[in-house]
Design a protein around this ligand. Structure first.
Ligand code: URA
Length: 262
């Protein structure tokens, strides 16, 4: 081979190798004389690059949640709300109810109790918490030094679910806005939510009562204390001790935030 030809071949080979390297080929095997072939390694696939440590991975200066929405005081009256509810047929619970059971009690209350839905006694008497669970609730209220008439008592749903089942999400979603409007009228300082259904509906949480009970939560600037439902306490009286601890926290909060200096 002439030297000119050889130098051209070397130049071409170099170019070819540069090209292969640019494609990611890291080496070639020289085949034996019997099988003269160049085996090309497949280009290495690079894993996706992890973000460089100095690159910001979250928002600048960290994530500071916006201030929670505060409840705006409403100038409606309970009478207006109850008139609007009327002989309600907005959800299937109306089919088997006797009465719509409205929130009752002191409309200037500092403390409110919210339950799930009326039971058989409440359905007949058109008043919340008047059955056995209600009698226990009255004792709980008195145990923290208040009278039943001094507090406000309501439910997420105003019609009795058949067989005292828990209201469905749709039923609760239909009725809850009226309770929230009453809360906006009264603006109690503390709301005690009784049991899972009331707690989940007021706080929009997936947590269970056992996990959240005894710790103040927030509903638009109002302190919310989740605790066990009195009907549950009737079934398992051993839970009364924890309920008492929760209610003492409510009493202490109200005592230490009394605006009246007398
Ligand atoms: N259980 C409730 O949740 N509410 C009532 O009014 C009565 C029993």
């Amino acid at each position: 081979m002439a030297s000119e030809e050889l130098s051209q071949l070397i130049t071409e080979t170099k170019k070819q190798l540069e090209h292969l390297r640019a494609l990611g080929v890291e080496g070639i095997q020289i085949a034996t004389a019997t099988a003269p072939a160049v085996v090309v390694q497949p280009p290495r696939v690079e894993p996706p690059k992890a973000p460089v440590a100095s690159e910001p991975t979250t928002s600048l200066f960290g994530d500071i949640a916006p201030a929670p929405a505060k409840l705006t005081k409403s100038t409606e009256t309970f009478e207006q709300i109850h008139t609007e509810i009327g002989d309600c047929t907005r959800c299937p619970l109306h089919l088997e109810r006797t009465h719509v059971v409205h929130t009752e009690g002191n409309r200037k209350a500092r403390l409110m109790f919210v339950g799930e839905a009326p039971g058989a006694d409440e359905d007949v008497q058109a008043r919340p918490f008047v059955g056995r669970a209600g009698q226990l609730l009255t004792k709980i209220i008195e145990a923290i030094g208040l009278k039943r008439e001094e507090v406000l008592i309501g439910n997420v749903n105003r019609c009795r679910p058949p067989g005292n089942r828990a209201p469905t999400t749709e039923e609760a979603t239909t009725c809850k806005p009226y309770l929230l409007r009453e809360i906006a009228v009264v603006q109690p300082e503390v709301i005690v939510v009784l049991g899972n259904t009331a707690m989940k509906n007021l706080l929009d949480t997936r947590e269970g009562i056992t996990r959240l009970r005894g710790n103040f939560q927030d509903y638009k600037g109002i302190k919310v204390m989740p605790t066990f439902h009195p009907a549950y306490l009737l079934r398992d009286p051993s839970k009364k001790r924890e309920t008492w601890e929760d209610l003492k926290k409510v009493r202490d909060y109200l005592d230490s935030h009394r605006s009246d200096p007398c």
